[in-house]
Design a protein around this ligand. Structure first.
Ligand code: ZN
Length: 251
């Protein structure tokens, strides 16, 4: 930690809490089998500041602590931390710059979802929980090489054109966004779950797509009735240091 930051105590306290939260959430990626070696990462937006906390690059999951997390600005430049930021920091930063409702993001190469990404095939909406959670198919984003804004741009374009908070980036893997880091982790867990179930269904025949009217009804009910009033998601959306942001649906 540096001695004199250009932000106030409230932001510093938020950074401290977010470092802990983002570090701890990485264990969930391991627990749910979403990551191998050091691949995959989580970030969180610092409430009240143009800052984010993200996983360091190349550090084993068991060595991730609040202190090893990296603080960057929303151009992905490192402001605090002994490690380089995740190689996906530019993509996360781009998404925070362009989508104000996003408070947390996850990237994984979780196997079933990434198998759909490898075929560049959206996961069809054939389950009620997909309608609830994703509001339709899980979309595929463009093929984009790492190193500039193209991954972030592809994620933003795809999220903007869909109700889904998960994007299957072509030939790459899963990017999820949420109002908080834990909400983005929940989506990363659920997209792998439905990718697996729909894959299994496809082995046995052709799964039946839900009608648009049923998808709309289920999504509307889940987003507005299910769960707690004023909360964008459900019980898995535990308290977060991130500012609670209402989901803004693209029209
Ligand atoms: Zn990746």
């Amino acid at each position: 930690m540096t001695a004199a930051q250009p932000w106030g105590q409230a932001v510093q306290d938020a950074i401290t809490a977010l470092r802990r939260e983002v570090a701890d959430l990485h264990r969930e990626l391991v627990r749910y089998g979403l990551v191998a070696w050091t691949a995959g990462n989580i970030s969180g937006r610092v409430p009240g500041a143009d800052l984010m906390v993200i996983k360091p690059s190349g550090v084993p999951y068991e060595d991730l602590t609040a202190e090893t997390m990296v603080l960057t600005d929303l151009d992905g430049r490192v402001l605090e931390g002994d490690w380089a930021a995740s190689s996906d920091a530019a993509a996360h930063a781009y998404v925070y710059r362009h989508l104000p409702w996003v408070g947390g993001q996850v990237h994984t190469h979780s196997p079933y979802a990434t198998a759909w990404a490898a075929r560049r095939e959206p996961i069809p909406c054939v389950l009620t929980m997909m309608a609830d959670e994703f509001g339709g198919p899980v979309p595929v984003g463009p093929f984009a090489l790492i190193g500039d804004d193209s991954i972030g741009r592809g994620v933003v374009e795809t999220l903007t054109g869909s109700r889904s908070r998960a994007v299957l980036m072509a030939s790459h893997g899963v990017f999820t966004a949420g109002t908080s880091p834990v909400s983005a982790v929940k989506t990363a867990v659920l997209v792998e779950d439905v990718a697996r179930t729909v894959h299994l269904a496809c082995q046995l025949g052709r799964p039946v797509e839900l009608s648009q009217a049923d998808v709309d009804h289920l999504f509307e009910r889940y987003q507005t009735v299910y769960g707690q009033p004023g909360r964008a998601t459900t019980i898995l959306d535990a308290p977060s240091s991130a500012k609670p942001l209402q989901r803004k649906e693209p029209q």
